[in-house]
Ligand binder design. Structure first.
Ligand code: F6P
Length: 750
């Protein structure tokens, strides 16, 4: 870095030093001549006044031939320190009187007779200034007085002047260079960080843009176009088939996996049966995981093994604890696993959600690790592993393990079904090795996960964190280029698979955007042109709900004309409510809403409406379609599918997404207004920008994001994992064949 900085500085300093050097070279003789000229004029004047003063006595002494008096007069005059010698020549040009210092070679032929001239004469002892003045008496020419001044002091001064000029230029060069280098570095740093931001997709016409240096702005458009083109090219190369559909996924299963059975394991079940006053009702849980995996299961059939947590779940299964789903049009099997209260408490609430969840999210909530929770976690993982083994009809099923609830399960299954292809997807972020290192059972968790054939994360960054963690705490062989980890003779492929949502959403009939806008506003007593932002989250401390409300408050402070005209509706599904941390969080959220509302509400108007209850997918969709803005401000999130759901819902190509930079989604959705949710002012600015964004700009951004989500849908997510699995299975089969073939040949030889 210092060498690069030094080289960069030289680029500015060298030409500057060269120009200043040339300038000094030209200026020195000029200044020299000028000062010489000034000094000569000065000496001329002095010579003239001395000659005038000597006129009178010489007019008297010369006719008298009073040599002694003349010599005395000359000696007295010579006391002037600059006057070096004097002489007097008669009218015939003969040197009659002179001081001893008078240069013999000078004689009387200095200048023409009558002119009062002066000149610079070079003698071996140095330069002398010689001037002559005619002496006359009553009109009669008596001769001329010659005055010789020492010029050596002038030469000395001229040399000094040269020295000063050179020093002055050198100092100027240093000062100008320093200023130039500092200014250049500051500008360079700004330019670099702006260009980097553009490349990362952080700069578009978005709130941070005010800090984009004007010099970089002309580049911004070009860079964004270039990035977009690159993205498209990469996507096209990355994936031969452009659009992944359920049909395409089914074909893949048939052709690449030869109809192999698919088993999914997750804690959360896709359908809960609950007993209500109206009888048994089916519910879809608020879960990103379920949103993503369910359409894949519809396409692949197979069996989904999950915790049966609904109050009427037991009543709806067969004697093998299975129920065909979706209830309206069954296409796969849900196999429920039952947990006792104690098991659920230790494994789900305790180890998974008080330990691993805060450990991986780094949202400033301390993880809690209890041995009793860990014991339950191990036991429940074994229970689910047993269920997988029992459900498997073959010895090599494809098992899709979901999330942090089952870190140990891949190894448990592998031990019994060594030929199974186990794909584990970690739906939450993976922290850096230091953060993960505080988990007392870190080695066991890593070993458990390395039972997987493929281990997937949302982003390359999480993959990198995982590889580094393994490198830190286990004895393994890691191939970074191939992204594989070899542990105990088995290979695990670690890959990023950014999760998404279903697109096209199968058979969904939804009210028009205009209708949703009108109905939702009417339901809340708002006029049709009322500005509306929505937030849709589980009531979880990682989602940045408090920061989001603070941004709303700040925006209303900064733009008071929006008070009464803007509302944020927050749909917050209750979650993990038996945990203290979640209860406290809910209380804080409610208090904040109350405080902000009491500041700005009047009559029926409230700036924030908190709906802390479960909403089904269709209800949520109406809000997405009715809103002007959707706010996703997670403090840390693996992907965040709300962002993608909002985009999918906006077939009118309107609406603005404000998106936290700490979500996996921000790595893909560059046309969102990306914010740091901890920076309240920035989020407030982005929100204001969102509610005032011209329709044209909304359309442009939304169109581009919709194209991306459409291409990178959930079928592609699953398809890519299954394709990778198919490739690995194929390789494994070939290796096994080769091995058995070579064994047979060996036996024949022996
Ligand atoms: O983000 C990880 C995740 O498993 C999501 O898939 C899901 O939204 C959430 O956590 C589920 O929470 P829970 O099942 O605990 O309600």
């Amino acid at each position: 870095m210092p060498i690069r900085l030094f080289r960069l500085s030289l680029r500015f300093v060298l030409p500057l030093a060269l120009v200043l050097g040339l300038f000094a070279y030209a200026v020195v003789p000029l200044v020299d001549n000028m000062t010489l000229h000034w000094f000569m004029r000065d000496l001329d004047a002095r010579s003239q006044s001395l000659a005038n003063a000597l006129q009178e006595p010489l007019q008297e002494y010369v006719p008298q031939h009073a040599e002694k008096k003349i010599n005395q007069l000359f000696e007295r005059s010579l006391r002037d320190e600059r006057l070096y010698a004097m002489g007097f020549c008669d009218s015939a040009g003969k040197l009659l009187y002179k001081t001893v210092t008078y240069p013999p070679s000078l004689g009387c032929n200095v200048h023409s007779k009558d002119a009062k001239k002066a000149s610079l004469v070079r003698f071996p002892q140095g330069s002398l200034h010689v001037s002559e003045s005619a002496l006359e008496n009553n009109g009669q020419y008596l001769g001329k007085l010659i005055l010789v001044h020492d010029m050596s002091f002038i030469e000395k001064r001229s040399a000094d002047t040269k020295k000063y000029i050179i020093v002055l230029f050198a100092m100027m060069a240093v000062v100008i260079s320093l200023i130039t280098v500092i200014v250049a570095h500051l500008s360079w740093r700004d330019w670099m960080s702006s260009v980097k931001s553009i490349l990362r997709g952080e700069i578009g016409p978005r709130p941070q843009q005010r800090s984009t240096p004007p010099e970089v702005r002309p580049l911004e458009g070009d860079l964004r176009v270039l990035l977009h083109e690159l993205n498209i090219e990469r996507r096209a190369q990355d994936d031969v088939t452009h659009l992944w559909t359920p049909e395409k996924l089914r074909t893949l299963l048939r052709e690449e996996l030869a109809g192999d059975e698919i088993l999914v394991v997750s804690n959360r079940e896709p359908y809960l049966h609950s007993r209500t006053r109206k009888g048994i009702e089916v519910q879809r849980p608020a879960s990103g995981l379920v949103t993503a995996v369910e359409p894949v299961m519809r396409a692949c059939s197979g069996t989904w093994i999950a915790h049966g947590s609904g109050s009427a779940d037991r009543e709806t299964v067969d004697r093998n604890d299975r129920v065909p789903v979706p209830p309206s049009n069954p296409s796969y099997t849900l196999r429920r696993v039952w947990l006792t209260k104690e098991e659920e408490q230790g494994y789900y609430y305790g180890f998974a959600n008080e330990g691993l969840w805060p450990l991986c999210h780094i949202a400033h909530v301390r993880p809690v690790f209890r041995s009793s929770d860990w014991d339950q976690y191990v036991m429940v993982n074994q229970r689910f592993a047993d269920a997988v083994i029992k459900e498997a009809r073959t010895d090599d099923p494809v098992v899709l393990v979901q999330d942090y609830h089952f870190a140990l399960l891949p190894r448990m299954v592998r031990e019994v079904l060594p030929k199974a292809t186990i794909i584990t997807f970690w739906h939450i972020p993976w922290p850096n090795p230091e953060s993960f290192g505080i988990c007392p059972w870190r080695e066991e968790i890593l070993e458990g996960l390395l039972g997987s054939t493929i281990l997937g994360f949302h982003t390359p960054f999480h993959c990198k964190n995982f590889m580094e963690t393994v490198d830190r705490y286990l004895e393994t062989r890691i191939e970074h280029e191939a992204s594989t980890i070899s542990y105990g003779g088995k290979l695990t492929q670690v890959e990023p698979y950014p999760i998404s949502i279903a697109w096209p959403e199968p058979n969904i009939i939804q009210p028009s955007v205009a209708e949703c806008r009108a109905v939702i506003r009417e339901e809340h007593g708002m006029p049709l042109d009322h500005l509306l932002a929505v937030g849709v989250d589980r009531l979880d401390y990682t989602k940045g709900i408090i920061e989001r409300f603070q941004a709303v408050e700040r925006m209303l402070e900064l733009h008071p004309h929006l008070v009464g005209k803007f509302t944020m509706i927050q749909i917050a599904a209750p979650t993990r409510s038996s945990l203290d941390e979640y209860q406290n969080f809910e209380a804080r959220v409610r208090m904040l809403v109350q405080r902000i509302n009491s500041r700005f509400s009047s009559g029926n108007y409230q700036p924030i409406i908190l709906k802390a209850e479960h909403h089904d997918a269709q209800q949520v969709n109406r809000y997405y379609r009715a809103a002007d803005v959707c706010m996703v401000t997670s403090l840390h999130d693996g992907m965040n599918l709300v962002a993608k759901e909002f985009i999918a819902a906006r077939d009118d190509e309107r609406g603005v997404l404000v998106l936290s930079q700490f979500t996996g989604a921000a790595r893909e959705l560059h046309e969102a207004l990306v914010v740091n949710p901890y920076h309240i002012e920035q989020s407030a600015d982005a929100l204001y920008r969102a509610v005032t964004m011209p329709e044209m700009e909304q359309r442009e951004r939304m169109r581009s994001m919709r194209a991306l989500v459409k291409d990178f849908n959930i079928y592609r997510w699953a398809g890519r994992m299954l394709l990778d699995a198919a490739r690995l299975r194929q390789r494994e089969r070939i290796t096994t064949k080769i091995r058995s073939h070579s064994r047979k040949s060996l036996r024949r030889v022996v």
